[in-house]
Design a protein around this ligand. Structure first.
Ligand SMILES: NC(=O)C1=CN([C@@H]2O[C@H](COP(=O)(O)OP(=O)(O)OC[C@H]3O[C@@H](n4cnc5c(N)ncnc54)[C@H](OP(=O)(O)O)[C@@H]3O)[C@@H](O)[C@H]2O)C=CC1
Ligand SMILES: N[C@@H](CC=O)C(=O)O
Ligand code: NA
Length: 451
């Protein structure tokens, strides 16, 4: 497919599928940095066209109108490299397969697709001997996949933990620092181009779950999928959670965690995404706005941290272009490339197999023996309490008057932070506490990391 221009510079044709937040910035870089890219690659990248739904729409970076098309098959048939930045499963999946089967290399930022149909796509690419690169799919601009795949391939990764979704980090950060409402913070994240087309994927945790499945596949060299991730988003976070977190010196972050676990003869990987309490002085607590950061722990390397812009058109386009240049250089100068084909199979284990710690806020009757009763349930499960604080429940004067008139027992708020223990035992402890007659409510249960 490579052609030679009249200046004798080889030309590689690039098809762009999607001209939205990220696609527009890729189009800009391909256009404005053409000379620089030609110098680096030794071939010119020719943007052959952009597949979109609406060819008449005004774009963040506007190309000549002739370049926009609704005929993806025709565009792909002319391409050496296909960049997929549409999002969603179909038609992205069929179009990537069509590109691979035609022998084109593919770059994608589509984590939802890779975390559900990755094996099919990677197998097709390996069968065809073409590259399928996806650095933009996880943590936007941060180079994290190549380090996991290449730089750490002589080591054994034990844990990957990080903030992998820009939208939710932006929302939590704005709520924590400015007191803005959830809805207003989400609207701003959408305006800034951080959110997915359907932001439910962000706030329900599915986007971070897809990313942790991809991270785990590279870190542990075994295929993992979105449905193996225990996933909880940020929609359940209440004002009570925020207050309890702040009072205990924590900040709430949506963490994505994949860790190698060996318990009771089970060897595998636990994948989880959930709101997590982090001590305010923890490095991840300092990750603000739409920034992301990933901790990687490896047997020999120890602890590594990767930090940068996790979302946004320009930042993500940088990662896309890194893949494009790398592929173009291989197409131009040869070299085998490296197909991503997982080497081993490793079980994904239920979240109950992991160890973590909990902060549990309990509203209970303020009377003798109650604390001992609640504490005994921790002991029964073998869960060790790290700290406990008790305060009278705060009631409005009206509530206090009504409670006194009704002869209700005064309530106390008990805040427990546990030592690390088996997740299943922690969850069973909470369930047992909820059953107690003296307990009126368990108002906040959040996992704690980094304490
Ligand atoms: N935004 C970000 O910060 C990041 C995004 N990503 C990923 O990059 C991908 C693109 O994201 P983003 O640019 O934000 O998405 P946008 O929604 O802004 O853009 C999607 C583009 O794809 C086109 N498109 C979508 N579906 C179709 C279809 N069925 N037929 C033809 N064209 C279609 C749209 O066309 P039209 O404009 O005409 O509607 C639009 O140009 C997604 O996979 C996302 O997860 C990854 C990292 C960061
Ligand atoms: N919606 C995603 C975009 C990048 O992957 C996010 O907010 O992180
Ligand atoms: Na990345």
């Amino acid at each position: 497919m490579t052609t030679v221009s009249h200046h004798d510079t080889p030309v590689l044709n690039v098809a762009l599928l999607g001209g939205g937040t990220v696609g527009s910035q890729v189009a800009r870089i391909l256009t404005e940095d053409s000379e620089l890219l030609t110098e680096r690659i030794g071939a010119r990248l020719n943007l052959a066209g952009v597949f979109v739904r609406n060819t008449a729409a005004q774009r963040d970076y506007q190309l000549p109108s002739l370049l926009y098309t609704t005929d993806a098959e025709e565009l792909i048939s002319r391409a050496d490299i296909v960049i997929e930045l549409m999002g969603g499963i179909d038609p992205a999946r069929e179009l990537i397969l069509a590109a691979i089967n035609r022998g084109a290399a593919v770059v994608t930022g589509n984590k939802a697709l890779l975390a559900t149909h990755g094996t099919e796509l990677f197998t097709a690419a390996a069968d065809q001997g073409v590259q399928l690169s996806f650095e933009a799919s996880v943590c936007g601009a941060i180079p994290i996949l190549r380090p996991l795949r290449d730089s750490l391939s002589g080591d054994r990764v034990t844990r990957v933990m990080g903030i992998a979704n820009g939208t939710t980090n932006y929302i939590l950060d704005q709520m924590d620092t400015t007191g803005i409402s959830f809805g207003d913070a989400l609207a701003e994240a959408q305006r800034l181009g951080y959110a997915e087309a359907d932001p439910t994927a962000d706030i329900a945790g599915h986007d971070a779950a897809a990313k942790v499945a991809i991270l785990a596949s590279l870190a542990f060299q075994a295929p993992f999928t979105l449905d193996q991730v225990d996933c909880q988003g940020i929609t359940t976070i209440t004002a009570e959670d925020n207050e309890a977190a702040a009072a205990a010196g924590f900040v709430i972050k949506l963490l994505a965690i994949a860790e190698r676990v060996s318990t009771n003869g089970d060897d595998g990987v636990v994948l989880r995404v959930h709101p997590t309490l982090l001590p305010r002085e923890h490095p991840l607590a300092a990750v603000r706005g739409a920034y992301n950061a990933v901790f990687v722990e490896a047997e020999n390397a120890g602890e590594l941290m990767f930090y940068g812009a996790g979302a946004g058109g320009e930042a993500t386009a940088s990662a896309v272009m890194g893949d494009v240049v790398s592929i173009a250089k291989r197409l131009q100068h040869g070299g085998p490339g490296r197909p991503h084909t997982p080497k081993t199979s490793l079980d994904a284990l239920e979240i109950g197999h992991t160890t973590t710690s909990y902060m549990i806020v309990v509203h209970a009757a303020d009377q003798p023996g109650v604390l001992a009763t609640v504490a005994s349930l921790f002991a029964e499960q073998g869960v060790s309490i790290e700290t406990m604080q008790q305060a009278p429940a705060e009631l409005t004067p009206l509530e206090a008057e009504r409670a006194a008139a009704a002869g209700e027992t005064p309530q106390a708020v008990l805040r427990f932070i546990t030592h690390r223990g088996l997740e299943q035992r922690l969850a069973d402890t909470v369930a047992a506490i909820e059953e107690l007659d003296v307990v009126s409510a368990v108002t906040s249960v959040l996992r704690v990391e980094g304490n």
